[in-house]
Each structure stands twice: as C-alpha cells, then as structure tokens.
Write a protein that binds this ligand. Structure first.
Ligand SMILES: [Zn+2]
Ligand SMILES: [Zn+2]
Length: 149
C-alpha cells in the first residue's frame, strides 16, 4: 500500500485526462486529493462525507464519477466484498495484494504471498487460461472480534 498518491499517480491522471480530452477541474482535483488523504480502502460514501464536511457541495454522483474515472485510468481498483461494501484503493503499477475481511467489524487486512500467486498462475496454465487478473478475498473474524465471542 502506497499513500499518498505520488508521482506515478498524478502523472497517470494527467496522461489519462489528456488522452481523453478532459480538463483537470478544480473540483475533481480536490476530490482526488481528499481520496488520497484517506486510509487505504475508501467507500464512495465516506469520500462524499469527507468532501462535504470540508464545506464543499459535491453530490454523491460526482464522487462516483470521479472514482470511476480513476478506475478507468487504472490508478485505482475497486473491490466488492461479500458484505456488500465496495471499496476503492490505489493501484500502483506492478503491485498486487489480496484481502482478509472481518465479517463482524469489517476490518480489511492486506496480504501478499508469492506462493499463492505462483500456484494460481500454474492452475491457469494447466487450464489453458491466459491470466489477466484475480481477486482473492478471505472472510473470517479478526483477532479483536475473536476475543469478543
Ligand atoms: Zn473484526
Ligand atoms: Zn487493499
């Protein structure tokens, strides 16, 4: 996890806007800056709340549009968890991680494991699949929720 968005992010956004003949608006820049200042996994509603708490009047639809633009630009990825939450996170080039999700408090932990990655590549190879991406979500109880039960 890399925060806040550094050069690769802003360069990538500039390139995407240019390629799509879009202008960097003050409002979009502000929304993106707030997104970057938040913890790793951001729900659109949380970003909406944060932006509006700053006194900016921005609709939820605009927040979604901005997040989707970042997704289109391959600067962020969206994870949809089984509990219905949809979170956006930065996606630095060449990086990959998977997630553990607590089904009680919603905590999200990240992990990277080269062994798992390589087994998945092997399986795809055996099945004759050309692999593009994968998402692995592990659901369970985090340590503090285990103590509560
Ligand atoms: Zn928990
Ligand atoms: Zn993550």
């Amino acid at each position: 996890m890399i925060k806040p968005g550094s050069k690769w992010f802003w360069d990538g956004l500039d390139a995407y806007l240019l390629a799509n003949q879009l202008k960097q608006t003050k409002q979009r820049k502000m929304i993106v800056e707030e997104f970057l200042a938040m913890p790793a996994h951001v729900q659109a509603e949380q970003l909406y709340q944060r932006v509006n708490e700053k006194g900016e009047k921005v609709g939820l639809a605009t927040i979604y549009r901005t997040l989707n633009l970042l997704k289109e630009a391959k600067l962020v990825e969206q994870c949809v968890f089984a509990d219905g939450r949809s979170v956006f996170e930065l996606s630095p080039p060449g990086s990959h991680h998977d997630h553990l999700i607590c089904i009680s408090c919603g905590e999200i932990a990240e992990f990277e494991n080269e062994e798992i990655e390589s087994v998945q590549r092997q399986i795809a190879l055996e099945k004759g699949f050309k692999l593009y991406s994968h998402r692995l979500y592990l659901y369970g109880l985090c340590t503090s929720c285990q103590r509560k039960t």
